[in-house]
Design a protein around this ligand. Sequence first.
Ligand SMILES: Nc1ncnc2c1ncn2[C@@H]1O[C@H](COP(=O)(O)OP(=O)(O)OP(=O)(O)O)[C@@H](O)[C@H]1O
Ligand SMILES: [Mg+2]
Length: 225
Amino acid sequence: MNDVLAGRALAKRFGRTVALGGVDLAVAAAEAVAIMGPSGSGKSTLLHCLAGIMKPDAGEVHLLGQRIDDLGERKRSALRRTRFGFVFQFGQLLPELPAEENVALPLMLGGVARQDAVRTARQWFGPLGLGGMEGRRPGELSGGQAQRVAIARALVTKPAMVFADEPTGALDQTTGHETMRLLVEVTKHNGASLLVVTHDPDVAAWCDRTVEVRDGRLLTGGVAA
Ligand SMILES: Nc1ncnc2c1ncn2[C@@H]1O[C@H](COP(=O)(O)OP(=O)(O)OP(=O)(O)O)[C@@H](O)[C@H]1O
Ligand SMILES: [Mg+2]
């Protein structure tokens, strides 16, 4: 098995709501997996459990064969910072920091000196079509440009896994669509695995595999073919 990330029998409830009713989902190295399903079906909860943001009530999560769901918050937080990249919500950039420092932030939080972190961060601007925008603050970027800065920030630490929860509404469709295409491409190009929640069949089609969530369970595709 070359699974990077594997969730087994994941269960989570909120009061009487069963958000996850026992889900198995494994993601292979450099594989992109789309998660689709109706609103309230448990997609975000699944992502949060797999990414160590939320502890499942039952089940296990393994990263490269090592169990991670039972780690304490400190260790899970360190793991999220070093091994995972997140594009959960566009517009999550820090408004007072220039774009290059927003991208450099995960490196600085990991102890890289500011100058070195910014130098590494700048290398992402050209490939993402952001050349010349390094010094702009998020308020001086278009929605699509800010999204690309968020992608750079998710990838700058060279994570094993990237998690993305596609925003609904707010963005115009073309920009959102293009951004997701870029996210899938750049993640693959960097050899990271991707788990992306999407409502867009095109985004799912760019991925290697799609899983369908209904009422906290997977209809199809939990294990790689
Ligand atoms: N913090 C919470 N407290 C209480 N209930 C919650 C909480 N988070 C999620 N839920 C419930 O769990 C179920 C699954 O929610 P989840 O956010 O995972 O759905 P989703 O598939 O991501 O939906 P959407 O497409 O609207 O984002 C829903 O019934 C939701 O109301
Ligand atoms: Mg959601």
